[in-house]
Ligand binder design. Structure first.
Ligand code: NAD
Length: 293
């Protein structure tokens, strides 16, 4: 078993991004600028946004955090989005989801100019992705592709089973791995909560991508020898013996799957690390005008 080391990959990519920023500055340009809108005090969202801002700082990007309380009105939020769309100093921006219940998330997502939608959640970017056109890829699937590329994992003709069909992970990674490209050219099966006999599908998989949200759900007896196991899940489970009182784990049971796997991502230290750097890569692309020219 070998570890797919997301932490090391993220470090390598951040170093490459920092080098790019230096080059931009040397040519008299300004560093890429990412803005993030955070509504309310959802604990996980605060952590995610903090990581994104911190990562910008690490590579020399400019970042702006716009915070509003949970009771912000939809009109005010749409107004902020409108201003960011217009702001020529901002290359890309994200509105951290989930939003409070009184705000229509779809309306907010649709209001973002696709040219600045570095989260890749706007239907224009999703549609362009599905058609193989230049677009901002959603960060987590983009991170998985980057991991596959950098570890030179073969995907052509492979049986890939994706568990989970969310719009931000399961569905896009399924589309991306079935397209005529590398990484891609795989035979992809999407499994979900209504799938009959999930283990039967999993045992045929050369590559498993788990994005379910159930701690250690996929066990060693459900996978075949030599599988590549990519775990997107990030779950908190109680651990009274630890200082924090909890530990993080994935959707794949590392203890029983790792002895059978040829490659496996740990949680933490796997896919999550690449999600944030993928957002930075998209921001750099936005600053360079690489996607929408
Ligand atoms: P989600 O939470 O929107 O949906 C879960 C998916 O799992 C659904 O499509 C559902 O059909 C499927 N599912 C539920 N029960 C199942 C079962 N018994 N058998 C098979 N499938 C089942 O999905 P999401 O937003 O992609 O999140 C999934 C996990 O990935 C969560 O743990 C989340 O925290 C994590 N996540 C991590 C990152 C990262 O950067 N690593 C990014 C996004 C999400």
């Amino acid at each position: 078993m070998n570890i797919l080391d997301g932490r090391q990959l993220a470090r390598d990519i951040r170093a490459e991004l920092a080098e790019e920023v230096t080059k931009i500055k040397e040519k008299g340009g300004r560093p890429p600028h990412l803005a993030a809108v955070l509504v309310g005090d959802h604990p996980a969202s605060q952590v995610y946004v903090r990581n994104k801002v911190r990562s910008c700082e690490k590579v020399g990007f400019r970042s702006t955090l716009i915070r509003r309380p949970a009771d912000v009105g939809e009109a005010e939020l749409l107004d902020i989005v409108g201003q960011l769309n217009q702001d020529e100093e901002v290359d890309g921006f994200i509105v951290q989801l989930p939003l409070p219940g009184h705000i229509d998330e779809e309306k907010v997502t649709l209001a973002i100019n696709p040219e600045k939608d570095v989260d890749g959640f706007h239907p224009v970017n999703f549609g362009r992705m599905a058609q193989g056109l230049p677009c901002y890829l959603p960060a987590t699937p983009a991170g998985i592709l980057e991991m596959i590329r950098r570890y030179e994992i073969q995907t052509e003709g492979k049986e890939v089973v994706v568990v989970g069909r969310s719009n931000i992970v399961g569905t896009p990674i399924s589309i991306l791995l079935s397209r005529k490209a590398y990484p891609g050219n795989a035979t992809v099966t999407i499994c979900h909560s209504r799938t009959k006999d999930l283990p039967d599908h999993l045992r045929r998989a050369d590559i498993i991508i788990a994005a379910i949200g159930i701690p250690e759900f996929i066990r060693g007896d459900m996978v075949k020898e030599g599988v590549v196991a990519i775990d997107v899940g990030i779950n908190r489970v109680e651990a009274p013996d630890t200082e924090k009182g909890y530990r993080l784990c994935g959707d794949i049971d590392f203890g029983s799957v790792s002895p059978k796997a040829s490659l496996i991502t740990p949680v933490p230290g796997g896919v999550g690390q690449l999600t944030v750097v993928s957002l930075l890569i998209n921001t750099l692309k936005a600053a360079k005008g690489e996607i929408y020219v």
